[in-house]
Structures are given as structure tokens and as C-alpha cells.
Ligand binder design. Structure first.
Ligand code: AMP
Ligand code: ZN
Ligand code: FE
Ligand code: FE
Length: 272
């Protein structure tokens, strides 16, 4: 029998990945995964009845997931939610609030670009089922010839400190964790190695249920450090590739994963 592997961190065209949710399931199957959690930024719109039907037909196990954008001390903190109820009123309201703030922020970025005489086709950003943000604006900047590459678009206009940067739209981690818990899900600190030391200390004091320990760019020293933290706090050690399809071609689906026991632990929160 082949080993059970589940990739718990990936993005689709519902946020800033290039593959549609259905295509991603096929890819997951073809790379030999047995389980998957799609964790789009601030949206659960990938989780349609068709997605569950397709997963079943492929004999692939699905775990509900999301990656929430939050900020603490003005620094970005990504929080993964797993195994939550898709119909939770409080989580849906929380997501709607983030999406409203995202739209307002996108508008402010576009206004700043206009001041520079850069006029982007705004209608392309208003597809409601998508979680739109800076990556999409970056794409339009490249398409319109205002930047030579995605990275160049961020460096020239969109990254923190650049001329058209707008912060905002993000909730605090405590509220995000609460929203996930109210939906009977588990809250996990995403890619902790991207977090500065002081900030990490504050985050480790919060009511997480897990911490992401298996992640492509993590070296074995850090992996061990986070596994030790998980053990000490009795948190679940999760993992995933952070696959974005063609938008981050260096990352392949299934390159980081968890085993069946961890997958089941996250899945079971639903039944509580
Ligand atoms: P947003 O959620 O709209 O603030 O966009 C955040 C996303 O933009 C991140 O998840 C990254 O994929 C991407 N991103 C952020 N900073 C950069 C950067 N300096 N260069 C390239 N991509 C970036
Ligand atoms: Zn992303
Ligand atoms: Fe992230
Ligand atoms: Fe991610």
C-alpha cells in the first residue's frame, strides 16, 4: 500500500494560485496524495459541492482549510484554519469583513497608481468569488507594461515602503483564532520561520491548536525547533507545500505533507 500523504497548504485561482480547485484535485491525485486541504487567502469559495464530489470520485480526502491574513504590531501574520464548519455564521461574517476591507484597500492602491498616471482595468479585479489582493494588481501592472516582472511590480509599487503601498484590511490574530474556533476548527500558525523573533514570542502565547512544522524552505534545524515547540505545547505539527501553481513555479504540490494521524486529528475537530 502506498503511504498516506496529505498536503495541508495550497492555493487555487480563488485566491492567488493559478490552478482551479478542480484542477488542483486532479494534480493532487496525480502526485500521489491521499489527502488535501486547500487554504486560499481569506476565502473558502473553493469548497463547492462539486469540489467534494470530485474529491470523492478521485478517492481523495478533503479537509476544509483557509489562510487568514492578520497583523500583529503592524507585521503580517498568516493563520491557517482547518476542519471548520463551512456554514459557520461567525466565520462567514469574519471572511466577509476581511473581503470588504480588501476591496477598500485595493481601491486605495489603484488610486495611488492613478496619481502616477497608471490606469489599470479595474473591472478585472472585481470578480467577487475571488480573494483579490496585491498579487493580482502586480499581474495587471506587468500585463500593462508598467513593470517588467511580478517581483518588479512589488519592488516598484506594492511592497511595504514602496510608493503605492497601502497597509490595513487585516484583523488581529486573536480574532482570527476565535473565528476559527467558533466554527469548530483548529487554528494553526503558518510558516513560523517567516516571523521575526520578538513577534514569534508574542504569537506563541496565543491559543493556537497547531504550528506549521513541515514547509519546503524550512531547514532541518528550524523544523526541529518548531517540532519541539509543538511537543511542549501539545500543539499539532502540521505541514504543506504552499503551492501556488504557475505563480510560484519553484514549489510543487505535495513537496511538504503530513501523515494520516495528523490529517485525522484535524479532520476530527469537525465532530466535536
Ligand atoms: P496581500 O494579501 O494582498 O497583501 O498580498 C500578499 C501576497 O503577495 C503574499 O501572499 C505574497 O504571495 C505576495 N507578496 C507579498 N510581498 C511580496 C514581494 N515583495 N514580492 C513578491 N510577492 C509578494
Ligand atoms: Zn498566496
Ligand atoms: Fe502565507
Ligand atoms: Fe499560503
Amino acid at each position: 500500500m502506498t503511504e498516506f500523504r496529505a498536503d495541508l497548504h495550497c492555493h487555487t485561482s480563488c485566491s492567488d494560485g493559478s490552478d482551479t480547485p478542480l484542477t488542483l484535485l486532479e494534480l493532487a491525485k496525480s502526485v500521489g496524495l491521499s489527502g488535501l486541504s486547500i487554504t486560499d487567502h481569506d476565502t473558502i469559495s473553493a469548497y463547492t459541492p462539486e469540489l467534494f464530489e470530485k474529491a470523492e470520485s478521485l478517492n481523495l480526502q478533503l479537509l476544509t482549510g483557509i489562510e487568514l491574513s492578520t497583523t500583529l504590531h503592524k507585521m503580517p501574520v498568516h493563520i491557517l484554519g482547518y476542519g471548520f464548519d463551512l456554514h459557520s455564521e461567525s466565520l462567514l461574517m469574519f471572511i466577509e469583513d476581511i473581503q470588504n476591507k480588501r476591496r477598500a484597500r485595493n481601491g486605495e492602491i489603484l488610486d495611488k497608481l492613478k496619481e502616477k498616471m497608471i490606469f489599470l482595468p479595474e473591472e478585472e479585479l472585481s470578480t467577487f468569488e475571488k480573494s483579490i489582493g496585491r498579487p493580482h494588481i502586480a499581474e495587471l501592472l506587468v500585463k500593462g507594461g508598467h513593470a517588467s516582472s511580478f517581483r518588479d511590480a512589488f519592488n516598484m509599487y506594492l511592497k511595504e515602503g514602496a510608493s503605492c503601498y497601502v497597509s490595513g484590511f487585516k484583523a488581529g490574530p486573536i480574532e482570527a483564532i476565535e473565528a476559527i474556533h467558533k466554527a469548530n476548527g483548529k487554528a494553526v500558525l503558518a510558516h513560523p520561520h517567516f516571523t521575526r523573533k520578538g513577534l514569534l514570542r508574542s504569537l506563541l502565547a496565543l491559543q493556537f491548536d497547531g504550528i506549521e512544522c513541515f514547509y519546503g524552505t524550512l531547514n532541518s534545524h528550524d523544523e526541529k525547533r518548531f517540532l519541539d515547540i509543538a511537543k511542549q505545547k501539545k500543539w499539532i505539527a502540521t505541514g504543506g507545500s504552499d503551492y501556488h501553481g504557475a505563480f510560484k513555479p519553484q514549489i510543487s504540490l505535495g513537496s511538504s505533507w503530513v501523515d494520516e494521524a495528523i490529517f485525522r486529528e484535524l479532520l476530527s475537530s469537525k465532530l466535536k
